[in-house]
Design a protein around this ligand. Sequence first.
Ligand SMILES: [Zn+2]
Length: 501
Amino acid sequence: MSSFELTEPEGMPENWQKRGISGQSVMLFLYAAIVAFAFVLVINKNFESPEQILEDEQMAEVDKLANQAQVAANNNVLLPEVYEDENSELENSFDNPDVAWTVQGEENEPEVKDDVLIVEKGDNFIGILQKLGMEYAEASQAADSLKKAGFDVRSLRAGQKINITKTVDMPFGELLSVDKIVLEPNMGIKYIVTRNEDEKYVAEAEQLELTKENKVIEGKIYSSLSATMRNAGVPSNIINNFTNIFLYKVNFRSDIKAGDGFKVLYERKMAPDGRVVKNGDILYAELQLGKKKKIALYRYKDTGGNIDYYDEKGMVLKRTLDRKPMEFRSARVSSRFGWRRHPILKQRILHSGVDYAAPMGSRIYASGDGVVKRAQWAGGYGRYVVIRHNSEYSTGYAHMSGFARGIRPGVRVKQGQVIGYVGSTGRSTGPHLHFEVIKNGKKVDPLKIQAATGNNLTGKELQRFKAEMSRIVALADEQSKLAEAEKVEAVIAPAPAVVTE
Ligand SMILES: [Zn+2]
């Protein structure tokens, strides 16, 4: 800068006039002006302000979007609308550290979405995820993670819900990733699959904290018992168990009249969100038949682990053995119990049971509550099961094609429980059930017995029962009062308007 004499520019015109125009000084001045102008240009170009750069980029952006719109219009593709942001000047400033400086428009923001899928018949877990757009390897890794957490995806049933959280690109909705899978295969347990930092799926089981609750429902019977109970809000499995309890005591068609009453107290389990997760045992079952006859029964598990329903005196509700313990109720008797002459062996042989001809594979039930004593191959009997019902009676089932799952010696079974399937194993000419009743170790005619299972309570057992009974009575009273209070509230609440169409 030392070569320029610009310290007194305001004095120059005066000098020009006073001294006349000297060629040297004019040249010097022009030179200085050109250099200064060039300098300003350089500064302007290289040190464009951030706002200007931004503006340039935005202009380029607008051009690009316009271009895209043009292309899209030509191809009939819809583009998302672009809105001018009111605060764009403020937000897009370099001074705002929150702005992520990415180029917009090339990629749209991915979106996180929640989906509820319902498993349909024939679906499998991996297939469902593949349908969403997941790779096979990824889907099967998610399935493996569930297996590690204790859930085998092969046990997925139709109707089961799967909650999925996924990331999709916009606007086309293509799957980018599945981020979370939640399954509740059995009520009360939840499996949650998420991704770890290595992008691998990991699953964990979450046991919901269930609370046990007792519920009383009572009412007057005005149509059939089960219809009345259903309308009163009794769950269907509780209705079934209730009618089973009275099955051998009450004839539902002829004994129950309009105006009779029922009452049931049962246990149920509630999830933290108030859902009923499971309906449990019936603790108390009551039928009021006419004005005088009331049957009230209490559930009791004796010291031997047998569960039965007893009246207030500890008398068991007698249940007789089922003489035709099978699904195929119309099965005909193909051979009766008794002595006969064997056509080949030419000697008298006892046919020790009754034969029911039935379709191969149809279900065979336990004739009464009891404990499985045998479940194995037994020579001419083929696959054979024996159930002991009490000190007096046992029943036998021969020629089965297979045993039901879990049927083995020592296992406790309930009347009507599936124990196996009709077959023709052993010495047999066609599919049938050979059914035996064994009384005090001797085979007797199943069609002639009036065998009852269950024992009345005496002594210590009776004392234990009485204690349990008072507990149940107290529970029922408490719940009845609560139900009463609910009813009163329901009456006070305004009735909803009736809409007629
Ligand atoms: Zn037979």
